[in-house]
Design a protein around this ligand. Structure first.
Ligand code: HEC
Ligand code: HEC
Length: 391
């Protein structure tokens, strides 16, 4: 009798272990999943930026690059854009909340593939990359520059002054309004950042090989990575929001993060909509190089909705393995923490409500490993060294 019991237990244990052991079929993509995978790569050439005539001007990009790495622009001379957007950390930083002159209330966003986005900041409170940069430059928590200080830095550096005047004409004389001058700097920041594009990740290589007819098994992703990909486009439904080749729909969602222990509740996109509509530097404003209704159609039809409460912008997942910690408040230290969140979704958000399409996935450990392995295939090639420091 005793013998029989242990055997049964043994068989049962072996059976259960077998259930969790993946079979090669678990990595097979269905036809529908395959067509979703093909939509995720390659990245097309970036869309134009009609509100900035200098967006693709090489001289503007070079000046923007010098300014991006220039700490003199900050009021204490110690903080540059690169302090919080460190090229060695996927253009983000390792701190949960960004620290400039003071600690800010959000995590520094990674700057990969900015050219493909439509709204900027976690709450989308600006509608262009050039208008975005005017905020950290002047924010008392970040770089704290007054317009006069920014002008004195450019005027006092022969190389910067020449580069500026070649593009935009003479620097404004003392006492003149400086909005146009600041906007011009913003337009160079955009031109530089438009070059920070992620290319040729292992995932892109995989998609390119299967497009070329290679069997998926030998197209460069391991079985666990392919199982993760299948989960990403299939049952995990990550592509509802992390869609398209930038792995972001560029829109805003509430993914049900519970209350942060130390931070005030953050209304996210709800406030962001109000702010972008009244921003004097938006696409309809006098500093925009194309104020046409078609160019600014998204802005035109934007309305303040209660539904936007505590929604944040879907981040691109390209290079995501390099940019920990995660989320708008940097609450998750690792990709595994993020995956655990989507697996459990156990708390109610303190504001708004979790998007109804998002349901707990209840993933076993093995599937968490798979998903994490897949996310790590999204890191592209390093950029040219010459782009990663002051030129
Ligand atoms: C003190 C740290 C800090 C500094 C300095 C800083 N940033 Fe940021 N950056 C952040 C944080 C934090 C966010 C997100 C803020 C938010 O959503 O409210 C952000 C957001 C951005 C975004 C939006 C990204 C997206 O996906 O929407 C861009 C672009 C950007 N910064 C560029 C710059 C540029 C250019 C400079 C220099 C002029 C700069 N930043 C200086 C911390 C910083
Ligand atoms: C309903 C839309 C939606 C779905 C579905 C979704 N995400 Fe997200 N994801 C977001 C948003 C929005 C954020 C940022 C939330 C925040 O900071 O408040 C985010 C953040 C992330 C981050 C952190 C990135 C960073 O840079 O901080 C990762 C990683 C991630 N998601 C992976 C996934 C995976 C894997 C799945 C599928 C299991 C998934 N997401 C499903 C919308 C979604």
């Amino acid at each position: 009798m005793r013998w029989k019991l242990t055997t049964t237990a043994g068989v049962l244990a072996a059976f259960l272990a077998g259930c969790d052991r993946p079979s090669p079929q678990d990595a097979q993509l269905s036809g529908e999943e395959l067509s979703e995978v093909l939509k995720l790569s390659p990245l097309p050439t970036p869309p134009p930026s009609p509100t900035n005539t200098f967006a693709d001007d090489p001289g503007a990009a070079r000046l923007g690059q010098s300014l991006f790495y220039n700490a003199h622009l900050s009021s204490n001379g110690e903080i540059s854009c690169a302090t919080c957007h460190n090229p060695g950390h996927g253009f983000s930083d390792a701190k949960p909340l960004a620290e400039g002159l003071k600690t800010t209330r959000r995590h520094s966003q990674a700057l990969w593939n900015m050219a493909y986005q439509r709204w900027y900041f976690w709450d989308g409170r600006t509608d262009s990359l050039w208008a975005q940069s005017l905020q950290p430059l002047q924010s008392p928590d970040e770089m704290g520059a007054t317009p006069e200080h920014a002008l004195s830095v450019v005027a006092g550096d022969r190389t910067l002054k020449t580069a500026y005047e070649e593009l935009f004409g003479p620097l404004p004389p003392a006492g003149e309004p400086l909005d146009r001058f600041l906007t011009n700097l913003g337009k160079t920041f955009e031109a530089y950042q438009r070059q920070l594009i992620s290319t040729n990740s292992r995932f892109d290589q995989f998609v390119s090989r299967i497009r070329g007819g290679e069997p998926r098994e030998s197209a460069g992703l391991s079985e666990t990575e392919r199982r993760g990909l299948k989960l990403f486009v299939g049952r995990g439904r990550c592509i509802l929001c992390h869609s398209g080749p930038n792995l972001s729909d560029g829109e805003f969602h509430n993914i049900g993060l519970p209350k942060h222990p130390d931070l005030r509740r953050d209304s996210g996109r709800f406030e962001g909509v109000r702010l972008v509509k009244k921003d004097p530097f938006n696409g309809f404003g006098e500093f925009s190089d194309d104020r046409g209704p078609d160019t600014n159609i998204k802005l035109r039809y934007l309305i303040v909705k209660l539904n936007n409460m505590a929604e944040f912008k879907t981040p691109s997942l390209r290079h995501v393995a390099e940019t920990a910690p995660y989320m708008h408040d940097g609450r998750f230290a690792t990709l595994r923490d993020v995956i655990n969140h989507y697996s459990e979704l156990k708390d109610e958000p303190p504001l708004g409500h979790r998007e109804e399409t998002l349901l707990p996935l209840n993933l076993p450990k093995r599937e968490k490993d798979d998903l994490e392995a897949f996310l790590k295939t999204l890191t592209g090639e390093p950029l040219e060294e010459s782009l990663l420091e002051s030129p």
